[in-house]
Design a protein around this ligand. Structure first.
Ligand SMILES: NC(=O)c1ccc[n+]([C@@H]2O[C@H](COP(=O)([O-])OP(=O)(O)OC[C@H]3O[C@@H](n4cnc5c(N)ncnc54)[C@H](OP(=O)(O)O)[C@@H]3O)[C@@H](O)[C@H]2O)c1
Length: 263
């Protein structure tokens, strides 16, 4: 059951990237349940179709538009934005959630890995945001949430490529926030710790393998609350940051980690 009123985002158009993944699909469902028209995107068409169907079944009046795009390609980013605007009008809420893991310890890092992770997690996010920001400024209306990570606030073993990209994303969030607020547009980030998605489970497994411990030992040892965060806990935080209830929350990096940051 949603903790938000059904019409709180009525009249808004939310574009959610990485909607074929764990956090993005949950976020799209929460925002649709709050009355927003939603554009969902990712590369996997069959996952987009499944999510689109699920949202329509939740509420027959929901407006969902899906568009498959590789955000690593300029032409696909541009086509995504124009198709989304054609379907639902100007984008007023943007959730930059698409992201990839990658890289390794410094001695193993290859230039191609650094560039791939940085390009998807940071550069393409900035470029997509620029395309949408133009219209948000004309409309004097907008809110953006960038999905960063606890790894954007502190280093992690073997995480040089990923952590660097998320530090960069937080730097972008903070800097853009002070520019955009002059136009009535709010920009924030969320910083999840381990989230129970394919990516999060892989990260915990990698840590367990490296430390020669079981997955449950890693979870108990590194998360004070004793469990991973659920995708819906991240989605609800994103949704809150997109509402007017968060009107004076600007340039924050909100941690959602069961207290992991304290260890
Ligand atoms: N899970 C965690 O523990 C955790 C913790 C902190 C932060 N995060 C961040 O949360 C975000 C979502 O992660 P998740 O856990 O939901 O992971 P996930 O299930 O692996 O989802 C990743 C999403 O990114 C999309 N994506 C990747 N490369 C893309 C590309 N080139 N073009 C378009 N879309 C692309 C994927 O879509 P396609 O494969 O369909 O293209 C997928 O929808 C990421 O930014 C991640 O860094 C996750």
């Amino acid at each position: 059951m949603s903790i938000f009123a059904k019409d709180v985002l009525k009249g808004k158009h939310a574009l959610v990237t990485g909607a074929t993944g764990g956090i993005g699909s949950e976020t799209a469902k929460v925002l649709a349940g709050m009355g927003a028209s939603v554009t969902i995107t990712g590369r996997r068409l069959e996952k987009l179709d499944e999510l689109s169907k699920e949202i329509s079944e939740m509420d027959l009046n929901s407006k969902v538009f899906s568009y498959a795009a590789d955000l690593g390609k300029e032409e696909e980013r541009e086509k995504l934005v124009s198709a989304a605007e054609k379907a639902h009008g100007p984008v007023s809420l943007l959730v930059n959630n698409a992201g990839v893991l990658g890289g390794g310890t410094v001695d193993q890092l290859e230039q191609a890995d650094i560039e791939r992770v940085m390009y998807i997690n940071y550069t393409s996010t900035v470029l997509l945001t620029q395309l949408i920001y133009k219209t948000m400024k004309q409309q004097k209306d907008g809110a953006i949430v960038n999905v960063a990570s606890l790894s954007g606030l502190r280093g992690t073993y073997g995480g040089t490529a990923y952590a660097s990209s998320k530090f960069a994303l937080i730097g972008f969030t903070h800097s853009m926030a002070v520019e955009a607020i002059e136009h009535g547009i709010r920009v924030n980030a969320v910083c999840p710790g381990f989230v129970d998605t394919e990516m999060g489970r892989n990260s915990v497994q990698n840590k367990a393998d490296r430390e020669n411990r079981s997955v449950s030992e890693v979870i108990k040892g590194s998360i004070p609350s004793g469990r991973m965060t659920t995708p819906s806990e991240v989605a609800n935080t994103i949704a809150f940051l997109l509402t007017d209830a968060a009107e004076n929350i600007v340039g924050e990096s909100v941690k959602i980690s069961g207290g992991s940051v304290l260890r």
